[in-house]
Design a protein around this ligand. Structure first.
Ligand SMILES: NC(=O)N[C@@H](CC(=O)O)C(=O)O
Ligand SMILES: [Zn+2]
Ligand SMILES: [Zn+2]
Length: 345
């Protein structure tokens, strides 16, 4: 029996597009389905100023294939030298939609991130004043803290104090992975939201580590135990309005993943919407799918929902490409580790 689902065109509220040949290769995979995406600024060197964002936006638009429509929502990479007035100008002109906070050393290309949170206080105050959201990679980098605890400890030691010291700051907890984060966002006020990725809704750490180590499942924050995944699935499918899809699709060349020291990130863009439909279908929660992928994000970011629609259909098991080509290299596509029956028509 075929089943179909027509929804407002979705957006991706956390996406890595990279640059150059990689940008050219991965952009169509997102633009084919998603109308807009929050584009992460962790290039090398990072997108720090309004001028950087404007130049990067132009490169993205130049890489967009003819006939595709897509709006990149630009972000600035917060550093201890960020100028609050540059942020204000970039936000007020509509050039940027958010600022991204990486604790220094927390993840891929985060070396220029923040070490001393008091040094960015003026920027955060300005953002609170103008209502510009802060997207947060929420993990502490303290070597004493176990990698599986880094998100929960961040909430307690860093995020909650920041929110208390800067009332009115609008915060998106990016790619949440724990029951603690799910509880924290639920308990928060209208200024707090969270994104969840495809892999954190589908997999737990056993999928990555049992029976051999699977580098394509290595991403940050790292996959957690099954009960955390269950907490995320229940939050995402509940219809709760301050949680939405941020795929965190993060392409790396296959040889950088299948390496002695594997780069963090999973490339999910080509199959993200199908995978999320499968998860919601398994939970008998297709009635809340549109809210998660198309409605809650625009509501939090105070943007209109799309006036286009997209239809997904359920049928026989779909074939998922193993890789896509990027310049002279390949990027391995996320393997959902179960049959997928949904596809975008
Ligand atoms: N999620 C990841 O594991 N990697 C991201 C960075 C990030 O979002 O933390 C990347 O840029 O590759
Ligand atoms: Zn991150
Ligand atoms: Zn990311």
């Amino acid at each position: 029996m075929t089943q179909s689902l027509t929804i407002r065109r979705p957006d991706d509220w956390h996406l890595h597009l990279r640059d150059g040949a990689m940008l050219k290769a991965v952009l169509p995979e997102t633009a084919r389905h998603f109308g807009r995406a929050i584009v992460m600024p962790n290039l090398v060197p990072p997108v720090v100023t309004g001028d950087d964002a404007s130049a990067y936006r132009a490169r993205i638009m130049a890489a967009l294939p003819q006939g595709m429509t897509f709006e990149p929502l630009m972000t600035l990479y917060l550093t201890e030298d960020t100028d609050p007035e540059d942020v204000r100008k970039a936000a007020e002109s509509g050039l940027v939609t958010a600022v991204k906070l990486y604790p220094a050393g927390a993840t891929t290309n985060s070396a220029s991130g923040v070490t001393d949170f008091d040094r960015v206080r003026c920027v955060l105050d300005t953002m609170a004043e103008i209502g510009l959201p802060l997207c947060v990679h929420g993990e502490v980098t303290d070597p004493e803290i176990d990698i599986f605890d880094r998100e929960a400890v961040f909430i307690e030691r860093v995020l909650d104090p920041i929110r208390t010291k800067t009332p009115g700051l609008r915060v998106v907890m990016e790619h949440i992975t724990t029951a603690q984060a799910a509880d924290y966002v639920r308990a928060g006020d209208a200024d707090l939201a969270a994104t969840i990725t495809v892999q954190h809704l589908m997999l737990d750490r056993n999928d990555m580590l049992v029976g051999g180590m699977r580098p394509h499942y290595y991403c940050l924050p790292i996959l957690k135990r099954r009960d955390h995944r269950d907490a995320l699935v229940s939050l995402a499918t509940s219809g709760f309005d301050r949680v939405f899809l941020g795929t965190d699709s993060a392409p790396h060349p296959t040889h950088r993943k299948e390496a002695e020291c594997c780069a963090a990130g999973a490339f999910t863009a080509p199959i993200a919407l199908a995978c999320i439909a499968e998860v919601f279908d398994e939970q008998d929660a297709l009635d809340t799918y549109e809210a998660f992928v198309s409605l809650n994000g625009p509501a939090f970011y105070r943007l209109p929902v799309s006036d286009e629609t997209l239809t997904l259909t359920k049928g026989a098991r779909v074939d998922i490409p193993k890789t896509i080509a990027a310049g002279g290299e390949t990027v391995t596509v996320f393997d959902p580790a179960r049959p997928i029956h949904w596809s975008v028509s």
